[in-house]
Write a protein that binds this ligand. Structure first.
Ligand code: APR
Length: 321
């Protein structure tokens, strides 16, 4: 079977890890695009020169020309500035919107049949803008945030309970900002509710709630925690890993249920906005949205997060994008 092709737009920290992971998994051939001269060529050369040692065989091309992304099945976009300490994702709006507009024009011209996965922040606004400028079908433009936020939440739960992270199922909904909604009630260890385990551990419901609240808060601020430590940029290993799981689901038509930033057309009571919810990902992109019953408190938190997204999109539109 002919290999698929993934175009990576942005060859910085996340783009580089993406290219390496795609190679290691022989997921597809790679075209790595960046505006910086020679850098994407250097990165792909470096990764290709590891292929004999790692035992993988895919083609890796670095480029500064959009025409080289022609024929791509999937495009993953990380173009844009990352945060510096003290910045929120929303502080990146103007700079990254300008970049995203030019990227959308390039992808529209040279890879019009691709499915597009966006990582650039502020995520919900960047996904909205890409779809608007490209005119691509809504189901073919998806944002990566929920897989990463859910993985962060799962990691903290696993550490707290002292069990393998592989056995934690926990999901985060809403926008990719401080208002995101970790779903505590549905979080489980192979089917056993996490809250029940915490109550057993502490023998006290109030203490269990306090511990969970701290994990929820850490999840919401997890990106900022990494930025503060790195000082020169934002997280890159974990966003790349999250996007790879989505890419595998799409290219392999796996129908995986992954928290994704997808277009809501009435689901969850939201009309016409991109928001993070569980979605079935397959060869058509977002193939279905799974609705989850939310209690009053969860619904209020979700509505608050949707509000943050609609405000951000309105700000972007007011700025002329
Ligand atoms: N077209 C293509 N690439 C661009 C453009 C453009 N118009 N403008 C900038 N870039 C490239 C930069 O040259 C850089 O190599 O985007 C790359 C971004 O890489 P990094 O600065 O290393 O940022 P990274 O950590 O990869 O994060 C990228 O993802 O998670 C988000 O908030 C993060 O918005 C940021 C994005």
């Amino acid at each position: 079977m002919a290999k698929k092709q993934i175009a990576l737009i942005g060859g910085g920290q996340i783009g580089g890890v993406l290219a390496q992971l795609i190679g290691l998994r022989e997921l597809a051939n790679v075209v790595l695009f960046d505006v910086v001269e020679d850098m994407p060529q250097g990165k792909t050369l470096d990764i290709a020169e590891a292929s004999r040692v790692d035992g993988f065989d895919v083609s890796l091309k670095g480029t500064n020309e959009y025409k080289d992304i022609a024929g791509s099945d999937l495009v993953i976009i990380t173009a844009g500035l990352p945060r510096k300490p003290g910045m929120s994702r929303d502080d990146l709006l103007v700079t990254n919107a300008k970049i995203m507009k030019s990227v959308a024009e390039g992808v529209k011209q040279f890879a019009p049949n691709s499915i597009v996965l966006i990582i650039s922040n502020p995520l919900d606004a960047m996904v909205t803008l890409f779809q608007k400028v490209s005119g691509f079908a809504h189901n073919k433009v998806i944002g990566q945030a929920g897989v990463l936020d859910s993985s962060r939440f799962s990691t903290f739960i696993a550490w707290e309970l002292g069990v393998s992270v592989k056995d934690i199922n926990a999901m985060v909904l809403g926008g990719h900002g401080d208002t995101m909604v970790p779903l505590v009630r549905y979080a489980n260890v192979n089917g056993v509710p996490v809250m029940e385990q915490l109550e057993r551990k502490y023998g006290d419901a109030a203490k269990a709630k306090e511990v969970m609240d701290a994990m929820v808060q850490r999840t919401k601020m997890a990106g900022g925690e990494v930025v503060k430590l790195l000082k020169t940029g934002s997280a890159f290993y974990s966003p790349a890993a999250a996007a790879i799981s989505m890419a595998e689901a799409i290219l392999g038509d796996q129908k995986r249920v992954l928290a994704s930033c997808v277009y809501l057309n009435g689901e969850y009571g939201v009309e016409g906005y991109y928001v993070g919810v569980p979605a079935v990902l397959g060869e058509k992109g977002c193939e279905k949205i799974l609705e989850v019953t939310l209690d009053k408190e969860e619904q209020a938190a979700f509505d608050n997060s949707v509000n943050a997204v609609t405000t951000l999109v309105a700000d972007m539109e007011r700025l002329g994008f």
